[in-house]
Design a protein around this ligand. Structure first.
Ligand SMILES: Nc1ncnc2c1ncn2[C@@H]1O[C@H](COP(=O)(O)OP(=O)(O)OP(=O)(O)O)[C@@H](O)[C@H]1O
Length: 336
């Protein structure tokens, strides 16, 4: 009972959060009045194209950047009026590597502890625990510049956790890492999250990462929230699975075959497209909310009507489809 009350407390609450940058004569409306609630214990990902306003939002929530308008409370404190209270309770892992290149790994962690006023003996113990937890043991005496990209990013995470935060902000934690290093970093971060019961708010360009890691996705475009739900709900609401059926050739001709096939399809299909290859072979492309479940009844109906099916392929709805349907643009292409 107590736990459920505790869990529904708000870790982040923003209303009308706005940031306008003005430089010389240029004005950039980076964030346009975002409302956001993150409950304690949630893992929320900001997903959006370059320049959407994700980092600017994160920097306002971590008190690093003053909003132009609107309010935000983080860990119960107003980010403008009580920035020190906010910073004492959060960890922030920015886009760039935090470690000073010529400093030693161990010293960087102790310096970070000092920055958060963690007593030295506690900081030493904490640094040791984090080095172990993030597979950095034995590297204390190495300089930051001698670490691999993945090790450096793990050091960033360790630095962000020196003050034992319950709320962690990560700005593109895995950008630039190879798939193995990305998976490795996530494994560590998720374990530390479980062990420390942390709330997490992160930004990412990687659709697969947001899809598999985030409990909730806040889709941001041009400084505004365009959707906010679980990955499953977003895909159900804004995208379809695509079922492609390659048909067996028939003597009656491709046009007649396709119209006979179409006429027996079950009702709950959002869209049917026909593809005819140069060699005359035909495919039906069906957009539907429940692709895998649609295949058996479609095969039965086509079979009963004497339409042979050579192969069936189901492509599950993706977050890129969601973004495409909401904005007309592909996140995958913009990221590339
Ligand atoms: N200090 C600044 N001065 C002027 N404009 C800025 C500044 N910081 C960000 N911007 C602009 O604000 C907009 C939002 O930038 P922001 O970095 O928040 O986007 P983002 O979604 O995090 O992008 P990315 O995924 O590329 O990091 C962009 O148009 C950017 O050029």
């Amino acid at each position: 009972m107590i736990d459920s009350v505790h869990r529904t407390r708000s870790a982040v609450r923003a209303r009308g959060l706005t940031k306008t940058f003005t430089r010389k004569k240029e004005t950039v409306e980076a964030v346009k009045g975002i409302d956001l609630d993150v409950a304690e214990g949630e893992l929320v990902a900001f997903l959006g194209p370059n320049g959407a306003g994700k980092s600017t939002t994160l920097r306002m929530l971590t008190s690093l950047l003053a909003p132009t308008a609107g309010t935000a409370e983080v860990a119960g404190f107003d980010v403008v009026r009580h920035p020190a209270d906010v910073r004492a309770r959060i960890g922030y892992i920015g886009q760039g590597n935090a470690g000073g290149y010529s400093y030693r790994v161990g010293d960087e962690l102790l310096n970070q502890g000092r920055f958060y006023s963690v007593p030295t003996t506690v900081a030493r113990r904490r640094a040791g625990e984090l080095l172990d937890a993030l597979e950095l043991s034995g590297l204390e005496k190495r300089t930051v510049q001698s670490l691999s990209g993945g090790q450096r990013r793990r050091l960033d995470v360790a630095m962000g956790l020196m003050n034992h935060p319950r709320l962690l902000f990560l700005d593109e934690p895995t950008t630039g890492l190879d798939p193995h290093a990305r998976a490795n970093l996530w494994e560590h971060v998720m374990r530390l999250r479980r062990e420390n019961d942390m709330t997490m708010l992160l930004t990412t360009h990687y659709l697969d990462e947001a899809d598999s890691m985030a409990e909730r996705i806040v889709l941001i475009d041009h400084g505004s929230v365009i959707a906010d739900a679980t990955p499953e709900a977003l895909k159900r609401e804004y995208a379809d699975d695509v079922v492609t059926l390659a048909l067996e050739p028939a003597s009656e001709g491709t046009g007649e075959l396709l119209s006979r096939a179409r006429s027996v399809l079950p009702g709950h299909i959002s869209r049917v497209d026909e593809l005819v290859e140069p060699d005359g072979s035909a495919r039906l492309v069906l957009a539907t909310t429940h692709g895998p479940e649609l295949v058996p009844p479609v095969l039965r109906s086509l079979g009963d009507a004497g339409v042979g099916v050579r192969s069936a392929d189901v492509r599950a709805a993706s977050l890129d489809d969601v973004f495409l349907n909401l904005t007309g643009r592909s996140l995958r292409e913009e990221a590339a």
